[in-house]
Write a protein that binds this ligand. Structure first.
Ligand code: MN3
Length: 197
C-alpha cells in the first residue's frame, strides 16, 4: 500500500529548545518525505503495493536485491514512529505499565536511562536506539542505519533517531546532549504505554 507521510503530531516549534523548527523542516519535510516517496515509487506496480509497510519490511529484509526497498520502507516507518515518541514537556520517569515493567526487567528508571544513553551514544555511525519487548521482556537495543525491531520479531516501544541529521543543526557533533534532552525532556511515555497494551 502506498505509504502516506503523516503530518507531525505537534507544531514545528513545539519541541524547542530541544529540537528546533528548522530541524523538523529538514528532518520531516525533506528526509522523511524522501524515504516515503522513494518507497512508494519502488513498490508501485509490484505485489508489495498490496502489502502493509510492516509486512514489506519483514518480507524483504536480508534480500540483497531489495535492499533499497528495505531501507526506504524501514526509514519511512521508523520516522513516523519516532515523531510519536516525542512530545512537548515529555521525558523524565514514566508512569503506568511501562514504569512497572522497567522496574521489573531493567532494574529501574535510572538503569534504563543509563542503558538507553549508552545504546544511543555508542551506535557507531547512523542508526537508532530502541526500547523493545522481546519475548515479553523489555530490552534496550540499537540498530544500524534503517534496521528496526520489526524484522527481529520484537515489539518496538520507543526509539531515538541518532542519525546526524536528527541533531546536527541543534547540537552539531554533541550527540550525547541530544540524547540527554530526548530522555529528560521529550519522551512521550503515554505513547510507549499505548504500544505496551
Ligand atoms: Mn532521521
Amino acid at each position: 500500500m502506498a505509504y502516506e507521510l503523516p503530518p507531525l503530531p505537534y507544531d514545528y516549534n513545539a519541541l524547542e529548545p530541544y529540537i528546533s523548527a528548522k530541524t523538523f523542516e529538514f528532518h520531516h519535510d525533506k528526509h522523511h518525505a524522501a524515504y516515503v516517496n522513494n518507497y512508494n515509487n519502488m513498490i508501485k506496480d509490484t505485489q508489495m503495493a498490496d502489502m502493509a509497510i510492516e509486512e514489506v519490511i519483514k518480507a524483504v529484509y536480508g534480500d540483497s536485491s531489495k535492499m533499497g526497498i528495505f531501507n526506504n520502507a524501514a526509514q519511512a516507518w521508523n520516522h513516523t514512529f519516532f515523531w510519536n515518541c516525542l512530545k512537548p514537556s515529555g521525558g523524565g520517569a514514566p508512569t503506568g505499565a511501562v514504569a512497572e515493567k522497567i522496574d521489573a526487567d531493567l532494574g529501574g528508571y535510572d538503569k534504563f536511562k543509563e542503558a538507553f544513553k549508552t545504546a544511543a551514544t555508542t551506535q557507531f555511525g547512523s542508526g537508532w536506539a530502541w526500547l523493545v519487548l522481546d519475548g515479553g521482556t523489555l530490552k534496550v537495543t540499537k540498530t544500524l542505519n534503517a534496521e528496526n525491531p520489526l524484522h527481529m520479531g520484537q515489539t518496538p516501544l520507543l526509539t531515538c533517531d541518532v542519525w546526524e541529521h536528527a541533531y546536527y543543526l541543534d547540537y552539531q557533533n554533541r550527540r550525547p546532549d541530544f540524547v540527554e534532552a530526548f530522555i529528560n525532556n521529550l519522551i512521550n511515555w503515554d505513547f510507549v504505554n499505548q504500544q505496551m497494551a
